[in-house]
Design a protein around this ligand. Sequence first.
Ligand SMILES: NC(=O)c1ccc[n+]([C@@H]2O[C@H](COP(=O)([O-])OP(=O)(O)OC[C@H]3O[C@@H](n4cnc5c(N)ncnc54)[C@H](OP(=O)(O)O)[C@@H]3O)[C@@H](O)[C@H]2O)c1
Length: 316
Amino acid sequence: MKHLFVTGGTGFIGARFVPLAREAGYEVRVLTRSAQAAERWRQAGVTPVMGDLLTPGPWQEEAAASEFVVHLAQPLTFGGRVTHKRAEAYREQRLRMDSLLLDSLKPGTVKRVLYVAGTSYYGDQGAQLVTEDAPPKPSGWGPYIAPAIESLPKHLARGLPLVEAYPGSVYGLGSWFVEYALEPLKAGRRLFGLKETLTLCMSPIHVDDCARALLHLLEHGQVGQRYFVVDDEPVSFSGLIQVAATTLGVAYRKVILPRWLCHLAMGPVVTDSLTAEARLSNARLHSTGFQFLYPTVREGVPALVKQWLETLPQTR
Ligand SMILES: NC(=O)c1ccc[n+]([C@@H]2O[C@H](COP(=O)([O-])OP(=O)(O)OC[C@H]3O[C@@H](n4cnc5c(N)ncnc54)[C@H](OP(=O)(O)O)[C@@H]3O)[C@@H](O)[C@H]2O)c1
């Protein structure tokens, strides 16, 4: 049995990842701070480990005894306006979480550590398709995750078999996409956007493919390598919403907000995230033999819409 320790297993991506890892034959231990989540995992046949990544504890021994580690946990990002001060607290917490986890792992015991970060580290790369070798230009959340990412070489140097995964804009049930796109579209409401979101491209991925790709990289990723976890085709935010509107058979009606208003309502960090262009190549991920269920949003969004409609109470 392959022992796998997962942080962030209760989160948006982790909740898809953990069942896949079990199906693939891993004996999974999921770290959580929540007694309720621990009980749900227990009932699902997964071993919960109670612990807080910000506080040293017995969870570190569980992590250290595992052959495989997937680190998905991150401090809270959503809800309310994100100021630089709030983002700085995120940076400090992320550094501490990484350090308490990674410092506890022993190179001789652990066979692979998959470290999950975000493409905001690469920031605004302009209109050309870029690979993981492009110089990072952190923007939005990027400057606040950069110190954690830039601490990874020291763990590699002491022999930790680290593989880095950078998911793009992950859409799926339980994500921003349902709340900010599907729900208002279905209710006939207008969608707010910035002028830039009409044309600037992001690199999306369906959450099911994201979880599958992370499992694939755990097994086939090369130590010391970075991988963008994005689908085959960058798309503008408007293009993405248009696919959802077409699938739902509704009109996509938009309200364009001035940048200053977005800055005021959501803060500078989110505004910068929304206006960074990221056309990221998945050639390296493909080169590992990974195959997508949903190569572009044209396949992924209709599948998600169908799944979402099935979760809604039937109205007569
Ligand atoms: N979602 C996206 O669109 C996206 C895009 C690109 C990259 N990513 C990256 O993918 C990773 C996972 O993202 P996500 O959206 O799935 O995360 P999420 O839904 O925000 O979940 C956060 C997870 O972190 C855990 N956590 C937070 N603080 C903790 C602490 N102090 N101790 C232990 N666990 C803690 C939470 O566990 P408990 O509450 O159970 O303790 C929860 O499972 C992150 O590194 C993120 O940067 C996400």
